[in-house]
Design a protein around this ligand. Sequence first.
Ligand code: CA
Length: 224
Amino acid sequence: MKQILIVEDETRIAAFIAKGLKAKGYNTTIVEDAETALATPFSCQFDLALLDLGLPGQDGLTVLETWRGQGVSFPVIILTARDDVMDKVAGFKGGADDYMTKPFSFAELLARIEVRLKASNNSQQNQAKMQIQQGNMILDLRTRKIYIGDREVELPAREFTMAEVFFRHPGQVLTRQQLLDLVWGYDYDPGSNIVDVYVGYLRKKLGSTSIETVRGMGYRLGSG
Ligand code: CA
């Protein structure tokens, strides 16, 4: 169940939002001042926050900037009576994902919440696709590194491409010709032993059993 944090000092509004969200199947937590808001969401326990700007103690914008400075990455929708363009600009600059002014309709707020939750879900999925795990090795397409336990291995471009080809064909024997085609394209000398040389580089960096030789056939991804 999605957890939504409501930072709002007007109890009537907070209760109204919480009631509506609960009816739609969300869990809600209400906090009424900036200090509590800053003490609450240290980890990623919330999926989204609704944030009022006019709060007792510190301003909502300070809360937002502090969160973002701490690496808190859940979507934040500012919900405020302030409708000045400069306030909106400051809100977005401070790391808000959306901005709604009071009075608001619950239907519109719900629609905006759903859009934000969907977007953050997608970005998490995209991030997941950026990593391919095989055994105890993780190949990260974003950082272009391979992680083996605590070890982090950085590879030159061509070696990384070859590793990626192996990771994308787990359990499959790849012939020298296939590796030449997939890693070098037409950019190679057909008579060369470049595949064997590069397999040697990968074994040296990822572990001697990372690439297995399948006699008379080619190579296969092993374990790091
Ligand atoms: Ca307020």
